[in-house]
Design a protein around this ligand. Structure first.
Ligand SMILES: *Cc1c(COP(=O)(O)O)cnc(C)c1O
Length: 953
């Protein structure tokens, strides 16, 4: 029968190879069908015999309409809730050209700097903006949210703690979510945490490790921060200041008052609230602590031609190398959102930003003055955008009156707090006055006399040329395009990064993200206003639960590594609840991602490494022995499945049994879920917890290094320990839970529609087929490349899972051509390199995903095969050992077009080694970037323009 509906159309658009091509590839692998292929690869014991119980696939159009109906249940009230989240206006030029532009949102973390100069430049701009506004020495290129940034600041203090100080003060004038997340994070370390008052609590303490204060504080007060910081320093502590970027344009920055670490949220720089995220938190510190900083830092280096080039600094301290010694477990951060915030700073410039700040402060001044005139008492005389009013017995009354007018105000015990922002208008005051029953004529003139002179900022900021050049839309548009064109993202060619799952991020999935019904919702708005969101959360949780086989889901962790941390904390709680206080040993195979040991360490666990055998599997005997040896103290095993070696280990069920028999729990790293959806359920084959990287398997784009989402699934016995939230208790997790891991109750809620749309449009059959084809594509490539490159690990029947590691070590020994040379040469062919030297040094890990067509797979294989020819030419001395296209790759356009060409091969050999390049060529903007130089000469702020001029001269 002919299917005349279009309900399955999305499936064939998401899956690259056509059915015809799938047949071709299957016969190339000598199997009859996708089912047979999977049977030959996946252990029979875990293979699901039944279809997923999900709705049938629906078309793009239908899914969008359905979601629109759902989201319209959200009620968007006028928002004055503040507490770290504010209304903002995303400039349209940024909305369309960054947030809605695959050239930006589909890029990967800039590990290959030569193809990432555009986003590296924007991330460096972000760092510069943070440095300027906070007046600190150095800033990173984003953390997940303000609360975790504060927790990371405490962790930094722990790392540099010379005297084993163990007392942490946290001001009760910090946002509640910050206090909460910090409490969760320090709990496993037995540190003493004192929540108290700046003026009364703090001075009584001694021997502090650090103190966290907020400035302006959560209720809006601006106070003498210098005095507080001096007190903290007198007590040996490091001063951590949570602050607000917009306020810092008017008030004295913490860096001028001796702060050691400054953190906060950059959300109000043009990034919608999105019911909690994603937005970029910032982290800035003093020069002396730079090597202990968490997260990614962008630095200035030079390329082979001594031309200035950017790169991620201190890359070697990244988590997969440092493992449990890592500075944090942050992998996916908030790159795209920090790029947006930087663009906001650039587009408005110092004057424009200041104007926004002054308008905001002016309106809050008008409001406060009127309230005082009408005998209301306000809490602080010095404030920026937030006015807190004593309301005593009438608090509830005012609050309800506001709700009736569709206004959200922040209700406290006996006061009400009102936060103004960029979207506030003087005309809005009328409604507010009515809430408080006052009748005040509203003047159209504002003044800002609420900040006393001693608190005013006198230093300049955003003086760098980049913040003073692109204020017209035309200029901005072109600047963004210029940067975008420097980079390779998925809109140019396949990005076969093993373990990262760079699949299609369909436009239909992305469209809802910028719907105002999702974007304009404050995370602490009353739950009954967010009915649309909650409907979607429930629906998505149910679907993820069906897919993974886990009964409990938490949507709070906002990256995979946060999921790991949350899952391990759940396990920790479980053991504690049974009186097993000593269970703190975490077994981790040597093939694990570096975030695993880093997360285990954060959960207070001791990492014991399990070896791998020669086939890349967990060394079963070693596991048995260590599980036995540590039986009394065993907390957990962290295992990635299918493994990072690209195989489905046959023994997975036995491995889980051994752990359980020894009293431990099994944490499954679900980064490779793309090989499991629809064919096996982790909740049914042994693991007790797993995280899902929604930005891998479930289509959230990588954004150049974030955002992401890392919800966790747990078995029933662990459900009561899932994360919860103190501010929004309803629907956010069990009251018996482990506490908060993110600032917002549902993490980066506004990108969840992407995964929801994906699952709806694929349905059970589509999802299963996607998994099958992902595995087919990987096996096709492994075989197609087999004459030139051998695949390091294979499972039973000689197949791989959804990715394959090609071994380049013998090539290096025989010819001197390294994995890096090959990775960089791929750039000349227009490709981003696969994952390099992880999990095995001297290899490339290729993961094509189901979204790449046979054509593109062939194009990529042809490039690698031709590179092998070039390697052979080096081996056979046709090419010089040192001066050859591989060693000198990539070839930037300046070098290729220069009058002088002194290489022992031709320009054509360098630039056009294959025919397709003559019609489809990526021009590398720089040559190979010098990593060592960049780390020795760590510069993490924008270079002065003079340095560019000198270079051009
Ligand atoms: C990506 C990945 C992680 C970390 O996930 P993030 O979302 O980047 O924090 C952990 N383990 C493996 C195997 C991964 O591939």
């Amino acid at each position: 029968m002919k299917d005349l509906t279009n309900s399955k159309e999305f499936i064939r658009r998401h899956i690259g190879p056509s059915d015809e091509h799938i047949k071709t590839m299957l016969s190339y692998l000598h199997v009859q069908s996708l089912e047979e292929l999977i049977q030959k690869i996946v252990p029979d014991k875990i293979l699901e015999k039944e279809e997923l119980k999900l709705d049938d696939a629906i078309s793009e159009d239908k899914a969008l309409k359905l979601l629109k109906q759902i989201v319209q249940k959200n009620k968007i009230y006028k928002n004055y809730l503040g507490a770290g989240y504010y209304g903002t206006i995303t400039p349209n030029v940024i909305l369309r050209n960054i947030l809605e532009n695959p050239g930006w949102y589909t890029a990967y973390t800039p590990y290959q700097p030569e193809v990432a100069q555009g986003r590296l430049e924007m991330l460096l701009n972000f760092q510069q903006m943070i440095i300027d506004l906070t007046k600190m020495d150095i800033a990173n290129a984003s953390l997940l949210d303000e609360a975790t940034a504060a927790a990371e600041a405490v962790a930094l203090c722990q790392r540099i703690n010379p005297e084993n100080l163990n007392k942490i003060f946290i001001s009760n004038r910090c946002n509640l979510q910050t206090i909460d997340v910090v409490k969760t994070r320090v709990e496993p370390f037995g540190l003493e945490i004192i929540v108290g008052d700046n003026d009364e609590g703090l001075p009584k303490l001694d021997n502090l490790l650090c103190a966290i204060v907020q400035y302006p504080d959560s209720l809006g007060a601006i106070y003498d921060l210098k005095q507080i910081i001096d007190i903290i320093h007198n007590k040996k502590g490091k001063a951590i200041v949570v602050t607000d970027l917009l306020a810092l344009t008017l008030i004295k920055p913490p860096g001028e008052m001796g702060a050691d670490i400054v953190v906060g949220n950059s959300q109000r720089f043009g990034v919608p609230m999105g019911y909690g995220g994603p937005h970029a938190a910032f982290f800035a510190t003093k020069d002396e602590f730079k090597r202990a900083m968490p997260g990614r830092i962008i630095g200035v280096s030079v390329d082979r031609k001594n031309k200035q080039a950017l790169r991620m600094a201190l890359q070697t301290r990244e988590q997969h190398i440092r493992r449990e010694k890592a500075t944090s477990n942050i992998c996916t951060a908030q790159a795209l959102l920090s790029i947006m915030a930087a663009a906001f700073g650039i587009y408005h410039g110092p004057e424009g930003i200041k104007k926004i700040a002054e308008r905001t402060a002016g309106i809050s001044n008008l409001f406060a003055e009127a309230m005082q005139k009408n005998n209301f008492k306000i809490i602080s005389q010095h404030y920026f955008d937030t006015v807190t009013i004593f309301t005593g017995d009438e608090t509830e009354d005012f609050y309800k009156k506001a709700l009736a007018k569709k206004i959200n105000i922040r209700k406290l015990e006996d006061s009400i707090s009102i936060s103004f922002d960029e979207t506030s208008e003087i005309s809005d005051l009328k409604d507010l006055f009515e809430v408080f029953g006052i009748n005040e004529k509203i003047s159209s003139e504002t003044k800002i006399d609420q900040i006393s002179k001693e608190f005013l900022r006198t230093s300049k900021y955003l003086t760098h040329e980049v913040f003073n050049s692109y204020h017209s839309e035309t200029e901005m548009l072109r600047y963004l395009k210029r940067l975008e064109d420097k980079d390779i993202a998925l809109n140019r060619s396949m990005i076969a990064l093993g373990s990262c799952t760079m699949k299609l991020n369909a436009v239909a999935e992305m469209i809802p993200v910028t719907w105002p019904e999702f974007g304009a919702m404050h995370p602490f708005a009353p739950v009954d206003q967010a009915e649309g969101y909650h409907f979607m959360f429930n629906d998505l949780s149910k679907m993820l639960s069906e897919i993974t086989g886990f009964s409990g889901i938490s949507l709070q962790p906002n990256a995979g590594a946060q999921g790991e941390y949350a899952g391990l904390m759940v396990i920790r709680k479980y053991h504690l609840s049974r009186g097993d206080k000593n269970r703190n040993v975490c077994l981790i195979p040597s093939s694990a991602h570096g975030t695993n040991p880093a997360s285990a360490q954060m959960a207070g666990m001791k990492v014991i490494v399990i070896n791998c055998d020669k086939d890349g599997n967990v060394d079963f005997e070693d596991l048995k022995k260590k599980a036995n040896d540590y039986s009394k103290d065993l907390a957990a095993l962290m295992v990635t499945y299918p493994s990072t070696h690209g195989v489905f280990e046959e023994k997975i069920t036995d491995i889980c049994k051994i752990i359980h028999d020894n009293g431990g729990q099994v944490y499954m790293d679900g980064a490779n879920l793309n090989a499991l959806v629809g064919i096996a359920k982790p909740g049914k084959f042994g693991p007790d917890v797993c995280h899902m990287n929604l930005h891998k398997t479930f289509c959230i784009p990588h954004g150049g290094g974030g955002p992401g989402m890392g919800p966790i699934g747990v078995s029933q016995h662990l459900e009561k320990f899932l994360p919860n939230h103190q501010i929004i208790k309803q629907n956010s997790g069990p009251s018996t839970g482990m506490g908060a891991v993110s600032a917002a109750p549902w993490g980066s809620a506004s990108i969840l529609p992407i995964s929801w749309m994906y699952i709806k449009m694929m349905g059970a059959a589509g999802l299963k087929k996607a998994t099958q084809v992902a595995i087919l594509n990987a096996n096709y490539m492994s075989k197609k490349l087999s004459e030139q490159f051998s695949t390091l690990y294979k499972g039973k029947n000689g197949f791989v899972a959804h990715e394959c590691i090609i071994d380049l070590r013998s090539i290096k020994v025989e010819t001197g051509v390294s994995e890096e040379d090959i990775a960089k040469r791929l750039i000349d062919y227009g490709f981003h390199a696969p994952t390099m030297s992880w999990p095995v040094a001297g290899t490339l890990m290729i993961e094509p995903t189901e979204s790449e067509s046979l054509n593109e797979l062939n194009r990529f294989c042809d490039a690698l095969i031709n590179i092998k020819k070039e390697i052979n030419m080096v081996k056979n001395k046709v090419f010089d050992t040192n001066d050859n296209p591989l060693k000198n790759a990539p070839h930037p356009f300046l070098e290729l077009s220069a009058d002088i060409w002194e290489h022992k091969y031709t320009r054509e050999q360098a630039a056009f080694p294959l025919q397709y390049l003559k019609t489809n060529k990526y021009w590398s903007p720089v040559s190979r970037v010098d990593n060592v130089y960049g780390d020795r000469n760590l510069v993490c702020s924008c270079p002065s323009l003079d340095s560019y001029r000198e270079e051009a001269a």
